[in-house]
Design a protein around this ligand. Structure first.
Ligand code: GLN
Length: 311
């Protein structure tokens, strides 16, 4: 059943209102750029499979995509190598631990388990078939742009801020490499991963990216096939298991939709066949998930009855 446009518009408006009434959290501070983003920014968007956009709040402000990028690099890896290869090389299990956990690696023979934690995302970037660093990067950025139907820019400022401070991720890439789980030159993998986190998106663009996943891999705005329909379910399964890291279970319990967060303050969720939802606001909970964006998405999904586990 398709959702009524009036109902979506009302839900998006209610999502913004609920988010604005929600306080708490703090901007990510381990990446200097993110600490300086105005904390009061807040936006909510939804995109239908036929390309209608609904928006409320600061929906045209570009913010760092951060970990939400991991979903789209995974999509490219699945397109290139297929689901069994990605599962064998990276994994398809939740870690239950923070997104940058080294203990998670140690516990599993330096295998990342999930493409949606830092280790797994760096490994996934390294697993992209490419002739070199710039080819790897341009394929990944091209894939993100196809998902968004927009010329998403790499932010020089965010990238420089992250490249100068990503010491923890440097340790992770060398641990991966030590166990044969980095599939290109380790500094190249880390560089490309750091760049992918530094791409700017708006809430409206992120909702289109989620809408592409909601629309069996066809971009609802450009009508272009971005990912094979058969690769969408494993992407959504990874999001369900690990999209909000250690609180993915709480998210499933409360919202019932595959979601993905990033420390830039974005959260997206996918209601298959029905809606792509995105929200943005910088202050994060202790697990790295935007407090207000979670509230906004939860409100939209609740108002429209989108919980996948409900009959
Ligand atoms: N660039 C960030 C990092 O590597 C992304 C983390 C996130 O959004 N959870 O730590």
């Amino acid at each position: 059943m398709t959702l009524a446009p009036d109902a979506i518009a009302a839900a998006v408006k209610a999502g913004l209102q609920a988010a604005l009434e929600t306080t708490g959290g703090a901007n990510a501070s381990y990446i200097p750029y993110l600490a300086g983003v105005p904390s009061g920014l807040c936006g909510v968007c939804a995109v239908t499979p036929d390309g209608q956009l609904f928006e409320a709040g600061d929906t045209r402000h570009g913010f760092a995509i951060e970990s939400i990028s991991k979903v789209f690099t995974l999509a490219l890896a699945l397109e290139q190598s297929g689901r069994e290869a990605v599962r064998a090389k990276i994994g398809a299990r939740p870690t239950g631990l923070p997104f940058n956990s080294v203990i998670a690696l140690e516990l599993h023979g330096d295998k990342p388990l999930s493409p949606l934690v830092n280790a797994g995302a760096i490994a996934t970037a390294s697993f992209i078939k490419a002739s070199g660093r710039e080819d790897r990067w341009s394929q990944i950025l091209g894939c993100y742009r196809a998902f968004a139907a927009a010329e998403l820019p790499l932010s020089k400022e965010v990238n420089e801020s992250e490249q100068a401070t990503n010491l923890h991720n440097r340790a992770i890439v060398w641990l991966l490499a030590s166990a044969g789980n980095c599939f290109c030159d380790p500094p190249e993998a880390l560089d490309v991963y750091t760049r992918q986190c530094s791409v700017l998106v708006t809430c409206a663009e992120l909702a289109t990216m989620a809408g592409t996943l909601a629309n069996r891999g066809v971009n609802p705005v450009s009508k272009t096939k971005v990912v094979s329909p058969g690769n969408v379910p494993p992407i959504l399964a990874e999001m369900a298991m690990e999209g909000l890291y250690d609180t993915s279970g709480d998210w499933a319990y409360e919202v019932g939709l595959p979601g993905k967060s990033g420390v830039g303050g974005g959260v997206m969720a996918v209601a298959p066949g029905k809606l792509g939802i995105a929200a943005f606001s910088p202050p994060l909970d202790p697990f790295g998930n935007s407090v207000r964006a979670q509230k906004a998405v939860r409100t939209v999904a609740g108002a429209l009855g989108l919980n996948l586990y409900a009959a």
